[in-house]
Design a protein around this ligand. Structure first.
Ligand code: KE4
Length: 425
């Protein structure tokens, strides 16, 4: 990005945006505040690249925060949208594409026997916990520090004090009366989870988890951790909800639940299944999902749920992802980048799974939110600002994961490694 003395186009647009949009952005992380920068307004995107309004080109590791697993403007996704456009944009009545999407999701994620489309990951997770509360006739939700499940009140809970303390709201407007029904405990701490169940066992409606944490940087579950959670939920009659909004169809075609061979009771999805258009979904065991209106009494609705354009884009993306070798190539791309970054400095930790990568500015491995918070976010910001000058659009927060697509080239990846080398110096 040129650092011209005169305001860039992006800066001029940002000034206008601040007058009419809170913080000038429609989602906080895009503000780039946490890396000491201003947001960069993009003009267009293609493949693994973004192009800002000042004509600067970037190798994109945000990928719209997950949807762009096939890169921007994949021909099959565009074609599906163009064909659908000829038929209309929204009917307010069911269409075939919604059934095709549901059948595809159930085929690719067999733990999902029935699924309901919604319009965002937040809608998916808030609906899933409502359903879990109805099914179990209990109210308590257990979540994990550092896991993000969207912005519904129940999830805006201060990271637990390490004990199974009742949730204290982390945002004005999210009443303690609601957040106290959520307990947030450390990730990768099976003993703490056991204690929580001992204390609240029969009150717990559901445990919701990002099986691979992508919202605290990238944190992997330790050996048998997810299995322990599965067993404890079964033992205490709580539902296990895998929030795979980010990992679904990314880390493997069947998601993290396929990677770790764990069968959750409910799964939430988003991002990739919309091919870049607004989408979310929740699904799982038939006996649970049958409680959702209009089949059952649990109310949930949405004007644009199952929107024809989002369905067409998502179906095209999911079908293309089934091309043999896609995930092997994604894994190869990710490993190439991870191997190139590992060892660049003793003060960074590099973690990766196919399609996702985390770089922590920390001399010790990061296994939970507490250790993630010990990262050098100042250094992260400095490196981020150096990378953007070199045409690398890295996620603008230490507490986010980088997204690699199937269309990042060796050239992209080698350039990125070189840029990191210079930036870290
Ligand atoms: P949305 O409501 O933003 O579609 O999804 C919420 C959500 C739920 N669950 C998981 C595991 C998620 O990662 C998300 C959203 N992810 C963030 C990225 N960290 C979205 C980016 C943003 O907030 O702008």
């Amino acid at each position: 990005m040129t650092t011209a003395a005169v305001a860039t186009r992006s800066q001029a647009i940002f000034e206008r945006a601040k007058a009419v949009i809170p913080g000038g952005v429609n989602s906080p992380v895009r503000s780039c505040k946490s890396v000491g920068s201003e947001p960069i307004f993009m003009d267009h995107a293609d493949g693994s690249h973004l192009f800002d309004v000042d004509g600067n080109k970037y190798i994109d590791y945000v990928g719209s925060w997950g949807p762009m697993i096939l890169g921007h403007r994949h021909p099959r996704v565009l074609e599906a949208i163009e064909i659908t456009l000829k038929q209309g944009t929204s009917f307010g009545a069911p269409c075939r594409a919604e059934v095709e999407m549901a059948e595809l999701v159930c085929k690719l994620m067999p733990s999902i026997e029935m699924v309901r489309m919604v319009n965002s990951g937040t809608e998916a997770t808030m609906s899933a916990i409502r359903l879990a509360r109805a099914f179990t006739k209990r109210t308590m939700i257990v979540k994990f520090d550092g896991c993000y499940h969207g912005h519904a009140d129940s999830f805006l809970v201060k990271a637990g004090s390490g004990l199974a303390t009742l949730g204290i709201s982390s945002s004005p407007g999210a009443p303690d009366e609601i957040t106290k029904l959520t307990v947030s405990i450390p990730f990768n701490d099976p003993a703490q989870l056991k204690k929580t169940f001992e204390k609240h066992g029969k009150e717990v409606a559901a445990v919701i988890i990002e099986p691979i944490v992508g919202n605290a940087g990238l944190i992997l579950p330790e050996e048998n951790y997810l299995q322990t959670i599965r067993e404890l939920c079964t033992e205490h009659g709580a539902l296990l909800i895998f929030d795979e909004v980010m990992t679904g169809f990314r880390v493997a075609l069947g998601g993290a639940q396929d990677m770790y061979k764990i069968k959750p009771d409910l799964t939430t999805l988003g991002k990739i299944i919309g091919g870049g258009l607004p989408v979310g979904a929740y699904g799982g065991r038939k006996d649970i999902m049958e409680m959702v209106a209009p089949q059952g009494p649990v109310y949930q609705a949405g004007t644009l749920s199952g929107n024809p354009l989002a369905m067409a884009a998502g179906i095209a993306q999911l079908k293309t992802l089934q091309t043999p070798g896609t995930y092997a190539h994604l894994a190869e791309n990710t490993t190439r980048l991870a191997d190139g970054l590992k060892g660049l400095s003793k003060s960074i930790q590099v973690v990766s799974v196919p399609g996702m990568l985390g770089v922590f500015f920390n001399s010790k491995p990061v296994t939970d939110f507490e250790s993630a918070q010990k990262c050098d976010t100042e250094q992260f910001g400095k490196v981020w600002r150096a990378l953007i000058e070199k045409g690398i659009y890295w996620p603008p927060s230490q507490f986010e994961a980088a997204f690699i697509s199937a269309v990042h080239t060796k050239h992209d990846i080698d350039n990125t490694i070189d840029a990191f080398k210079d930036a870290i110096k």
